[in-house]
Write a new protein. Structure first.
Length: 855
């Protein structure tokens, strides 16, 4: 028992000694994770000593080093090693260090793994060395691959070899299908190069220390590849070749480049010798002409041999120092160009452009110069420059407005200062604009109009152009197609004809009104004028108000045709209004035009009546006579802002119309005066005629009056006699029977004639006849009064009702076939008047009414 205990203690001491001797951290644990032994290196990891660690939970200590997830992984590894009896290792990165953990099962005599040896080794440096080695190998392989260089080794006796991956790739062979050997190598060499390769190969066995062969191989796709094989012969002690060791490189590109250089040199020589351009090759150091082509000899007038003996300083007219500096500039620049003056053999001086580049000939750097004679070109350019300067002076500095337009796009290519001043945009801004930005017509119409230039050389156009301030101007354009530097452009000269057009419109309006003034009313004249103003100012509303003499009221006189259409519901409300506030009152008060192009923001405007058309812009122009405003014209809703020029034009038209209206009113008043004068003259003639007629009527009237008075007396006597006979006849009825039949006849005749009624009517007839005679006398007296010769009359009390009845009776012949008259006369007191004058007035009313009904 004691012996066994001593043996175990010895064993643990021996194991501990082994653990301490290990260069890495080590610990022996049981399958549950309890520490049996641990060396000082590992215990120090946890800040402990080995004696303190024995019997402790190993995984509990590891919690300081690993996360819980990683700790579970370590437990699983320990269980796996214990159960399988196989070692387990893994690497762990911690604090920029790489640790390798190894778990080895420790077997007992019964082969059961009762314990585990856990070692922890810092392999950071080892890993770094491994990474460097891998990186170095990668760089080496990459260098070989990029340089397309392979490594090969051949055994002389067997002919078998070793080829690197790059070698297989260069030869285009698959190493899995072939074995590297001399025979395989010779099989892919081009037949034309195979004999040469074999010869060199045999000689390298005997005497040559090295191998340096250029050959072609045939790739599987049939293409050729140039290869360069360089190597050394490894010999045995007696000098016999044993192995070949070397490299192989792809020199196909190099060979192609050499061929290209050779071909380029041939081509250069051909181009240099036979080219029509003037060419010189010049030594950059000395300036001597190395070579010259035939074109140079023809241009300069010296032979090629003579040119080769000359220096460039003998040709260039610049001082020698400047020529040398130019050569130096060419030395340090790949390509340079100069403009010089070269002297020819005949002494003439030509302007030349020299284009030089550096080339190498026979390992020496020289300048290859191509010379262009630009003497004529400069002369043409100078003339063109003078022409352009002339055009520029005619274009840029001209006071006329000018534009240059691209006919394909409508883009404004150029504009002069006059155009900038006219349109209100800078020249640079105009150059970014399109003609559709200026022309008021639709873009489609403008583009269609521009397309007409395909078949035109020049044309005349009238258009409306907008300016930067949104004003619209009438312009006439004189356009011509020009070819400038191979480009077709339209050269426009633009005249502002707005004033002329407005004067033409003014003249047309005036002529139109003068032609129609006799047939139109004042309202119609104003309406025609307002319609014309709307058309010229591109407006849709217009009014004309007359201003009262006290300057406090407006009375609507006319509105335009368009305004009637859109404002018929509120027209009646506008006939009269007081001038208290608003734009109308402002225009009347200030006695000058008032313009509001943003009517909606106007604070002092009056509210619009219901149904009134919305107003966006408004312009009020007063008409002034003397010190007072007599009328005001209101124009509204133009598509563009109104300007003072618009107001001035409307003021001129308004003044002209007012003059026409004043003239019309004067002529109307004159006509009325003439009518009154004519009536007066006519009445004078009538008076004279009436005086004569009255005189002529008066004589027979006196005769009738006298006879009528006698007739009345005679009838009274006859009536007495007749009544006496009637009494006598009544008495005869009772006394005389012989005359009865005759009396009966007379009585029957009395009854038939209604003699009693007749006698009564005769009284009325005499009365009416007397009245008629008296009326005739009054008419005659009236005619005398008309002629100014009547006697003075006195007023007397008159029954007006009776006068009315008498007047109706006298004028009955005028109305009996036209109308029926009913009278409803109230009792009136007698009126003091001249009865004949009252009667004449009533008769005139009756006659005029009858005539009116008849017509």
């Amino acid at each position: 028992m004691e012996k066994s205990r001593l043996h175990n203690a010895f064993t643990e001491t021996a194991v501990y000694s082994v653990l301490e001797a290990l260069p890495q951290e080590a610990a022996i644990i049981d399958v549950t994770g309890q520490i049996a032994l641990i060396n000082r290196r590992f215990a120090a990891y946890f800040g402990l000593v080995p004696s303190v660690c024995s019997g402790r939970d190993f995984f509990g200590l590891l919690e300081r080093m690993f996360s819980m997830e990683r700790l579970n992984f370590i437990r699983a590894c320990c269980r796996g090693a214990a159960s399988t009896g196989k070692s387990v290792s893994f690497e762990e990165s911690r604090n920029e260090r790489i640790l390798k953990a190894t778990i080895n099962p420790v077997r007992s005599f019964d082969a059961y793994a009762s314990r585990l040896l856990f070692t922890l080794e810092d392999i950071t440096e080892q890993k770094h060395f491994e990474q460097k080695a891998v990186a170095a190998k990668l760089r080496y392989d990459l260098a070989l691959k990029l340089s397309r260089t392979g490594i090969w080794e051949i055994d002389v006796k067997s002919g078998k070899g070793i080829w690197s991956d790059t070698t297989w790739e260069l030869y285009g062979l698959d190493r899995t299908k072939h074995e590297a050997s001399t025979d395989l190598w010779l099989s892919i060499i081009h037949p034309d190069d195979r004999a040469m390769v074999l010869r060199l190969n045999e000689s390298s066995k005997i005497r040559q220390p090295g191998i340096d062969i250029e050959y072609r191989i045939t790739l599987p796709d049939g293409s050729l590849r140039w290869c360069l094989a360089r190597g050394m012969t490894i010999r045995d002690d007696i000098g016999k070749a044993v192995r070949y060791l070397g490299i192989v490189a792809d020199i196909t590109d190099l060979k192609n480049a050499e061929a290209a250089i050779t071909e380029s040199e041939l081509r250069f020589r051909s181009l240099f010798e036979d080219h029509a351009a003037i060419m010189l090759i010049i030594d950059s150091d000395t300036g001597s002409i190395v070579d010259a082509n035939q074109a140079a000899a023809d241009f300069y007038g010296w032979s090629r041999e003579r040119l080769r003996s000359m220096h460039i300083q003998e040709i260039n007219t610049l001082p020698a120092a400047e020529v040398k500096q130019a050569l130096e500039n060419g030395r340090y620049s790949r390509q340079v160009n100069f403009r010089f003056q070269h002297r020819l053999a005949d002494g003439s001086i030509h302007d030349v452009d020299v284009f030089s580049s550096r080339i190498r000939i026979d390992q020496k750097e020289v300048q290859y110069s191509i010379i262009h004679d630009i003497t004529n070109k400069l002369r043409i350019e100078q003339k063109l420059k003078e022409s352009e300067e002339l055009f520029r002076s005619m274009f840029a500095d001209h006071c006329a407005c000018m534009l240059v337009v691209d006919p394909e796009t409508g883009q404004i290519v150029d504009a002069n200062q006059a155009a900038s001043d006219f349109y209100g945009w800078s020249i640079n801004k105009l150059r970014t604009m399109n003609i559709t930005d200026i022309n008021c017509a639709s873009a489609e119409f403008v583009r269609s109009d521009i397309r007409q230039w395909d078949d035109l050389k020049h044309r005349y156009v009238v258009a409306n152009h907008k300016r930067a301030d949104a004003s619209i101007r009438n312009v006439e354009i004189f356009a011509k197609k020009l070819n400038i530097k191979g480009r077709s452009l339209i050269y426009d000269i633009i005249h502002d004809v707005t004033e002329r057009k407005r004067l033409e419109s003014f003249a047309a309006i005036r002529l139109n009104l003068l032609e129609k003034v006799d047939n139109l009313s004042v309202e119609e004249i104003l309406r025609v004028t307002l319609d014309e103003i709307e058309q010229v100012t591109d407006s849709s509303l217009s009014f004309c108000f007359f201003v009262s003499k006290d300057q406090k009221e407006l009375s609507l006189q006319a509105v335009s045709t368009n305004s009637i259409a859109v404002m018929s519901r509120v027209k009646s409300e506008l006939y009269f209004c007081e001038l208290e506030a608003g734009v109308w009152a402002e225009a009347v008060r200030e006695k000058k035009p008032v313009i509001h192009n943003d009517y909606g923001s106007l604070g002092k405007r009056n509210g619009l009546s219901e149904g009134h058309h919305d107003i966006m812009r408004e312009m009020i122009v007063p008409v002034i006579r003397g010190e007072q405003v007599v009328a005001a014209f209101g124009i509204g809703n133009s598509h563009f802002d109104y300007s003072m020029e618009d107001a001035k034009w409307v003021a001129v038209v308004a003044d002209m119309v007012w003059d026409i209206l004043e003239k019309k009113a004067t002529e109307e008043e004159f006509r009325k005066i003439e009518e009154r004068l004519f009536q007066s003259q006519k009445m004078e003639l009538v008076g004279q005629l009436a005086s004569g007629i009255a005189h002529e009527i008066n004589n027979p009237l006196n005769f009738i009056q006298l006879n009528f008075a006698a007739e009345q007396d005679y009838f009274a006597d006859f009536l007495k006699l007749f009544n006496g006979y009637r009494e006598l006849a009544k008495q005869a009825d009772f006394n005389t029977s012989g005359v009865m039949p005759e009396l009966e006849k007379l009585r029957h005749l009395e009854q038939e004639l209604k003699i009693d009624s007749l006698l009564l009517d005769m009284g009325s007839i005499y009365i009416e006849s007397q009245r008629g005679i008296d009326r005739i006398k009054k008419i005659v007296e009236g005619m005398r009064s008309l002629s100014g010769r009547q006697d003075s009359v006195n007023k007397v009390p008159v029954d007006i009702n009776q006068t009315v009845q008498e007047s109706l009776a006298i004028a009955k012949g005028e109305y009996r076939f036209t109308a029926e008259v009913e009278t409803s006369l109230e009792r009136l007191p007698l009126v003091s008047c001249v009865p004949d004058e009252i009667s004449q007035v009533i008769i005139n009313l009756i006659v005029n009414s009858a005539h009116a009904l008849h017509s």
